[in-house]
Ligand binder design. Structure first.
Ligand SMILES: Nc1nc2c(ncn2[C@@H]2O[C@H](COP(=O)(O)OP(=O)(O)O[C@H]3O[C@H](CO)[C@@H](O)[C@H](O)[C@@H]3O)[C@@H](O)[C@H]2O)c(=O)[nH]1
Ligand SMILES: [Mg+2]
Length: 199
């Protein structure tokens, strides 16, 4: 690919690990603001992009979230392994974010949605991950519930489905029971744009 930045050249990539996802070391010459060139090196973890969705119900003033074990969070803090998150999934190579999120919503929480709106796009950790997340919202109701959800056994997913009042979810952000970034962004998006109103 053509290099669009003229303060960057001689980019080489070395794959350090390639099991579930790929860890590359990328070496490059970088020109600082003072004009000086220097060879630098950064490790980039590539597990593709992702999509996440906040399901909300205006009549009931509720949202659907998931709870699952996350080893990286547990590794950081043994009390934080069980993570409360908006439904989310990795985007397969040729999929569009919308296709991914429709599929993941059915697999993880059992709702067949027809109307999802993309509202935010965010790098989740641009110093370390190549991942960009596409964030959606959609209304849900009981007529859309088509299966029990819980995730794919074939992928060893073990997902608990939570239906919470919006007020409770916002309170859980404040008291740090919800500490997943994409989930906080989506809940705050809903609050700022008054999709739901916490009491
Ligand atoms: N064997 C194996 N399985 C893995 C590994 N890493 C993840 N998995 C499993 O692969 C499945 C992927 O499930 P998805 O629903 O597609 O993704 P996700 O884990 O929910 O991640 C979503 O949210 C993340 C941010 O919190 C995003 O990073 C990601 O892109 C995606 O949107 C999960 O069951 C997960 O446990 C690994 O290193 N080894
Ligand atoms: Mg998931």
């Amino acid at each position: 690919m053509k290099n669009l930045m003229n303060n960057l050249k001689n980019i080489t990539k070395t794959t350090l690990s390639k099991e579930w996802a790929r860890l590359d070391r990328i070496d490059y010459d970088y020109q600082f603001k003072n004009g000086e060139w220097k060879r630098l090196s950064r490790e980039c973890y590539n597990r593709g992009n992702g999509a996440a969705i906040l399901l909300y119900n205006v009549e009931k003033q509720t949202v659907i979230l998931t709870k699952q074990f996350r080893m990286p969070a547990y590794e950081n803090n043994k009390n934080e392994g069980m993570s409360i998150e908006a439904c989310a999934g990795a985007i397969d190579n040729n999929d569009k974010p919308l296709e991914t999120i429709i599929r993941e919503t059915e697999e993880e929480v059992g709702y067949k949605i027809d109307n999802a709106k993309q509202v935010l796009t965010a790098y989740t950790s641009p110093g370390a991950l190549t991942e960009k997340m596409y964030l959606f919202v959609a209304e849900y109701n009981e007529t859309m519930k088509v299966s029990k959800g819980g995730g794919l056994e074939s992928e060893d997913e073990d997902i608990e489905i939570l239906e919470l009042s919006f007020s409770k979810a916002i309170a859980m952000v404040k008291n740090e029971e919800i500490i997943d970034a994409k989930t906080i962004m989506l809940l705050q998006y809903a609050q700022i744009n008054e999709l739901l109103i916490p009491v």
